[in-house]
Design a protein around this ligand. Sequence first.
Ligand code: NAD
Length: 311
Amino acid sequence: MKIAIIGIGSVGSAVATAVKNTGFVHEIVLFDRNAIRARAAAEDLGHAASFGFDVKITSVNSYRGIRGSDIVIIAAGANQKPGETRLDLLNKNVAVIEDIVPHVMANVDAKKVKIIVVTNPLDVLVMLTQKLSKLPAGRVIGTGTMLDSARLRTILSRQLSVSTQSICAHVLGEHGDSSVVDWSSVSIAGMKLEDFCRQTKISLPQTTRNTITHRVHNAAYEIIQGRGATWDGIGAAVSDLLRCIINDEKRVLTVSCVSGIGNGTVAISLPRIVGKDGVITSLTPKLSATESAELRKSIKIVRKNYDNIMR
Ligand code: NAD
């Protein structure tokens, strides 16, 4: 299994680190427009790999070097500075995607390649990548709200004193400020959240839920404030998504891909079954009236931003 990572900044490096530690990828190629940075990262990561699984990690100076890649991960482009929203990055990163995708498509097998988009604003760029690549929608996958859902499960785990592994909880919609916590579907070991709270005598009133939602929305801003950028969480998310694809696990992940919603198409995150061919099935959870309204608003924001760049 050969993986190419385009963009070897904080996120691309964290993705490479997480992926090399899994043991199911035998070759990782790194490309960055800053070739010196990519070469240095390949050296450093290569040394690190010698302590673990046998992975060949190389940097390439031209897109020809990504030939033979089964999966291409796009992690290039501007990141958020403190106070900036993901949508503030739109114009800069549209240019990055317009630069990268044609080069990628000229050097991969379009019949089987899958592209994973990480660059923000994620959902709009998933739509753009799918349009430029002309790949089937299910093979252009954005990490979407995988990270937001992980943040939600982590906060709930602390609040409920139960492992994240026993919590099923999803964040839907835009990977951005309009994302929607699907409180209606939260379950713990198959039990409804309310039943779990009753039995464990844990109180989770609406005010606490609102605080949790706020913390999920703000997590990236807080990390960027303290650390300059976020990378470990997304590195682990991409590695988990890769594992699901490579092993054809057919797990349900909240990833983003272009699909028909309402009377049009849009890329947002929904629970989707993911396997070796990418997104296989998209699921529509039963939401409360408030959550449905929030999701419609989120879809509108993604569509509006995509329409703006298409003008
Ligand atoms: P960074 O500045 O550390 O690295 C970006 C890299 O992209 C740089 O090395 C730069 O040289 C390279 N690059 C820029 N334009 C390029 C091009 N046209 N071709 C090849 N390489 C190019 O930024 P980062 O912190 O690694 O963030 C990268 C992206 O990931 C940002 O858009 C950020 O918002 C996004 N991100 C997404 C998530 C998520 O959950 N989806 C999480 C964190 C960060």
